[in-house]
Each structure stands twice: as C-alpha cells, then as structure tokens.
Design a protein around this ligand. Structure first.
Ligand code: WTA
Length: 634
C-alpha cells in the first residue's frame, strides 16, 4: 500500500466515497481491504444479524496484523523511524526505533512469549508505562496470536485483578517502576498485590525500567532483559482469521463491572488505518504525535495499529504535559518538528490556563493538523488551540468515536472537509448515523437533536463483550431496532454537521476518562461508616466534568474531614486515583422515586449549583430531602 492509495484528496472525493460506502458498503470496504497484506483473501465481505448482534467482516480471510504493521514496510522503509520515543525526563536519552529495529524487537519478544508457552488465543495482560517495550509486547502478542488486554497504568491492584480474572489472563507483563513527572511508582508491587486475587496468571515478565530493585517471586517472575538475550530475531507470524480476537480493552459501563470490549484482527486493522490516513492527512516523511496513553483505545488505534499499518512515524511520549513545566508538549513539537498533533480537550484546557509565553516561545511552525478526542471541546479551548498552537494555519479535527467503535466515526478530514468549532462535523465514509427521539424514532429532518445511533455495521466495531454477549446485545443493540446505540447525545445542524452533546447514561467523562458511576458508588459503600452513595458529574473548568458524591452515613457516625479522606483513599485503592470524587457531601437521604430509583437529575442540578429549576419533586418518595441536600451543599 502506498499512503495515497487510501487517502481522499478533495471534498468531492469525500462525498463520492461516502455515497458509495452507503450504497455499496461491501464493495467500498473490499476496496479498502485490497490495500492490505492478507495470507488469504476473504470469502465474504460482510455477514451480519442485528437480532443476535453478530457481525462478521472479511470472513475466511487470513492475516497477521503485525505483517501489515512491520514486515510489509521492510522493503521500502526499513530505516525509517517507526517509533520515536521521548522519555519522561527531558534530559534522559530518547530512543528511535526504525521499522527494521522494531520488527526485530517484536520478533525477539514473540519468541520469548512462545518459549514461555503462550499460544494462539491465550490472554496476556499488559500493565506498563508509555515505553517502547509496551508497543513491543503488544505487537508480539498480536504476532503470536495471543490476545492482549492492556490495563492503563493508573489503575489500582483491585482493578487489575478484576480485569485479569474476567478474561483469565495467563501472563502479566509489567515494569519494576514507572515515572510520572517527578514521581516514581512501583508497578511491580501493585501487580504483586493484584496477583493475590488473580490466580490465572502463571508467569510475570518484568522489564526493569529504573534502577530500583525488583521483587522476584521464584517460579513465577521472569526478567525481560534476560529472556530476550538468546532468542532469534526471526519469528513466524501466526495465521489469524479476520474474525479471530486481537485484543480486549476494558471500558466503564453505567452499571456493573467494566466491559471487556473485544476487537478482532481484520476489520479493526482496516478501520484504524483508513481513518488515521484520512482524518489526519498524514503524508510521507511526517512526524505524527498522539498524546494519549496506549492503555486507552486512542493509543491502541492511533499510536500503534493505525499509524504503523500506514507506515507512519509515530511519536510516543512517556511523561505528562506539565513536567518539568507546562511547556513540555510544545517543546516536544519543536524538538521533533511534529506535523500532526492529537490530544484531549482536558489537556488543552489545562495548558490554556498557563502562561502564554510557554507556547509562544516555541517554534510550532511544523504543525499541519491538530486533533482532539475524548470529550466535547468547548468553544474557548477550540479557539485557543486554533490560534496559539495552530497559528490559525492548521485545521482542527474534532474526532468523535469510542472504545466500542474501534476507530474515528465522525470528524472533518484535515484540510479536505470543512471544520466548525465544537462540531465533530461529518461521518467518515462507511458510517451511517441516525439521531433518535425520546420514543425511539429516527429524526429525519436535517436539523435534529437527540440520541446518536449508527444504522449500519462497520468493520472496526467491537464484536462482543468478553464472556458476556448478552450484555453486549443489551447495552448497544436493545435501545433501537437494528441500530447500534452510542450512549451519547448529539445534534445536527443545517449543513448536516454533528455536534456531540455528551453522555446520556450514567457514565461521566472526567479528564477524558470514562467513569461509570456505579462501580465508584459500590467502592464507597464498602466503607464501614457508609450506608449509601450516589455519584453524579458536574461541570469542571479543566477536567470537563468532575465527580460529586452524595453519601449517607450511619446514624451514629459524625461527618469529618478524616472520613472524606478515607473515602477518597478507598476509591483510589479500589479503582484508581482518576476516579476520586472532587466533592463529597454527607447527606441525610437521597431523592428517590416511588419505585426506589435515585433521581439523579436532581442531584446533578444540586452538584452544578443550578437550583433555579429543580423540576417536579412532588413525585418523590421523600421530597423533604431536597431541602436538606441544598442546605448541606459543600
Ligand atoms: C466521548 C475515546 C465529544 C463520548 C475515543 C464517547 C467525545 C466517549 C468525543 C468514548 C468528541 C469521544 N466529542 N465527545 N470528539 N470523542 N467522546 O471509549 O461521550 O474512552 O461516548 O473512547 O467519549 O470514550 P472512549
């Protein structure tokens, strides 16, 4: 594949491809798929059944995604940088891995995995910081046909244990310690704690990233650097069916435990690559940087699989935007002459609050495309990004998508289609959207506001929730007949541009991280002094949303600052620091409907200080509680 074979170059081309993708979806996607390396071509492009939520793309085809991400490029770009790695400490040495070197490292580690008994279909949990070894382990897992489950290295031991247990991972790969700005965090000890509750793990491979001593449990723990010493740098890529599992990635649901979204080899690869090339308009020789963590879907699709399959140079940054100071992102853009920069609104808002000199003092003239993802971007942040980072020269692509969609679904194509501040704008080819009203009917008028649904399958959609197909069916396919329901609200303007208005369920997006309120409530309820908890989101200047917990204590317990701290600690240790509520309010009761359901609408209004119109509270079981909630507000 040459990059230009998959790229749309004009608005007219976008329109005609979009139309073809709707009229003849199978032909359209087959044309895209032709550009990839297959060990065997498909028998059928698409087979699906909304009733049972079964979707199969490129049935019968055989491939290995790493042959597309690595081997294929050895002919023409062996010496080109595949991954440029910038360390946490700006004075430490960076690392640049060419396609040839990355291929060798991945082959070596594939041999290590095979030596340790890993076979096609085995699940491997990766709990690692943003270092090249994470990419190597991820790709090696794919090369041997194992299924990776990457857990963001900010999750707690309890959260890792439940994820490992859910998919019965056989192996865990981690580091001794990671850096986070000025801090170091001992990931290995978190893993040791997690493994007490996750007996499926037989082997742990530890990459010694710092000089800190590593606690080794004999018979279980192995050192990465010792294992890769004596292995060959050639490894056959396992032959995978297009519909074999590639990875599991956990995402929060509005109820219950996290959902292990499952992505498969063929369709996912095509979607990630096609969308990468078209949205960002990456050109030969460019340096592309996505600031996400590989522990989230954005990192999977747009740091690793999409860019590498496209033969791009992808930058990977270990650190945080504010270390050693809030000019770090701009320093990196200047240092590597980054051409495409993709980040989250929460990062933009945080940096926008800092001194302008931090951004103005850097040479950002290499930038061609700016991207945003993860939550709605507010007008002010959009304008700041456009003016101070893009110098009014760079298109902004506001990309709407989800862990479940695998790749970008709505976005402008940089410099090709029009942009509009705070609007994700138009669907990508192959994406058929619908806006649904309260009664579950599609709103056909051009201007519309309602719930966002997708009415035709696409190759990169998640196929199931690991071990729970019924939940998959229920969460995504039961709201509207023969449609996928996104959980988001959206509006459509006169030109057909879409704007995402936010979640319509009990998922709150805090600093770009999806957090289901139920698991956090469950964690707090575990505290011996707590009777019941309800959590809602409220608007926050930098994080987008923050969490407000309403907590009922046992009668004989006195509210105290110590209790507030204990509750925050409990959330941190059960789920992770990202889930800590900003506000904890002790209350005498929660507003409930007569059927016993918490009226979150009222709690949301109180948490956002919007007391003007609390709506009808007379149908509550306990209307008197509302007064008390307002009076005890923190
Ligand atoms: C939200 C991240 C507005 C949305 C790729 C979605 C957005 C959830 C945007 C998925 C955007 C993502 N504008 N909202 N451009 N992009 N979202 O699974 O609510 O971590 O449902 O995937 O983020 O989050 P997830």
């Amino acid at each position: 594949m040459t990059i230009s074979n998959l790229q749309l170059n004009s608005k007219e081309e976008y329109l005609s491809h979009y139309q073809q993708s709707v009229e003849h979806p199978e032909d359209f996607w087959a044309g895209v798929a032709e550009q990839f390396v297959w060990k065997k071509k498909w028998d059928k492009v698409l087979d699906y059944d909304w009733e049972n939520a079964r979707f199969e793309w490129f049935k019968g085809a055989q491939l290995n995604i790493t042959e597309n991400c690595l081997d294929r490029h050895l002919k023409n770009r062996a010496e080109q940088a595949a991954i440029v790695w910038e360390p946490n400490d700006p004075n430490a040495k960076n690392r640049i891995l060419s396609y040839k070197e990355l291929h060798q490292e991945v082959c070596r580690f594939s041999n290590v995995l095979r030596d340790q008994g890993i076979k096609k279909g085995d699940r491997i949990c990766l709990y690692m910081p943003m270092i090249p070894e994470l990419a190597i382990a991820q790709l090696a897992s794919a090369r041997v046909g194992a299924v990776h489950s990457i857990v963001f290295a900010g999750f707690s031991a309890t959260a890792i244990a439940s994820r490992i247990e859910d998919s019965k991972c056989k192996m865990l790969i981690t580091v001794n310690e990671m850096y986070r700005g000025a801090k170091t965090i001992n990931l290995k000890s978190i893993c040791d704690e997690a493994l007490k509750a996750a007996p499926s793990v037989e082997k742990v491979i530890v990459y010694e990233h710092t000089d800190a001593e590593t606690n080794i449990e004999a018979g279980r723990d192995l050192l990465w650097k010792e294992l890769v010493n004596d292995v060959s740098d050639h490894a056959e890529a396992e032959s995978m069916d297009a519909e074999d599992l590639l990875f599991i990635l956990y995402t929060s649901g509005s109820t219950g435990k996290p959902k292990g979204m499952v992505h498969h080899c063929g369709g996912y690869m095509i979607g990630a690559t096609y969308t990468f090339l078209n949205v960002f308009q990456y050109k030969e020789g460019d340096i592309y940087w996505c600031t996400a963590d590989i522990g989230w879907i954005t990192g999977h699709s747009y740091i690793i699989y999409g860019p590498l399959a496209a033969g791009a140079t992808t930058l990977m940054f270990e650190g945080v935007p504010t270390y050693p100071d809030a000019g770090r992102f701009w320093e990196i853009v200047e240092k590597y002459k980054v051409n495409q920069f993709y980040t989250a609104p929460t990062a933009i808002r945080a940096l926008q609050k800092c001194s302008l000199s931090l951004v103005e003092s850097k040479d950002l003239s290499s930038l061609k495309t700016l991207g945003t993802v993860g939550e709605p971007i507010n007008e002010e942040a959009w304008q700041w990004y456009k003016k101070y980072v893009g110098h009014n020269q760079c298109p902004i692509v506001d990309t709407w998508w989800q862990t479940e969609t695998g790749g970008i679904m709505i976005s402008s194509l940089a410099g090709i289609t029009d942009e509009k501040a705070t609007y994700a704008t138009l669907p990508l080819p192959g994406v058929q959207l619908a806006i649904m009203d309260q009664d579950g009917h599609e709103i056909k008028s051009q201007e519309a506001e309602g719930r966002l649904a997708i009415k035709f399958p696409w190759p990169h959609m998640a196929r199931t929730i690991y071990g729970n197909h019924d939940r998959y069916k229920q969460v995504y396919f039961s709201a509207f007949e023969k449609m996928y329901f996104s959980g988001d609200g959206a509006l459509r303007d006169k030109k057909g541009f879409y704007r995402i208005t936010g979640r319509v369920d009990d998922v709150v997006i805090v600093s770009g991280h999806n957090l289901g309120t139920a698991p956090i409530e469950d964690a707090i309820d575990e505290h011996e002094n707590v009777v019941e908890t309800a959590i809602v989101g409220f608007p926050h200047e930098i994080k987008g949303n923050a969490l407000h917990a309403f907590v009922i204590l046992h009668d004989d317990v006195v509210a105290s600052e110590r209790l507030v701290q204990e509750i925050k600690e409990l959330v941190s240790s059960t789920i992770g620091p990202i889930a800590k509520p900003d506000k904890i309010q002790f209350v005498s009761g929660l507003p409930k409907t007569r059927s016993g359901k918490i009226m979150r609408r009222i709690l949301r209004k109180i948490a956002s200080n919007d007391l003007s119109n609390l709506g009808d509270t007379s149908t509550l079981l306990n209307p008197e509680v509302v007064e008390d909630l307002i009076n005890s507000k923190v």
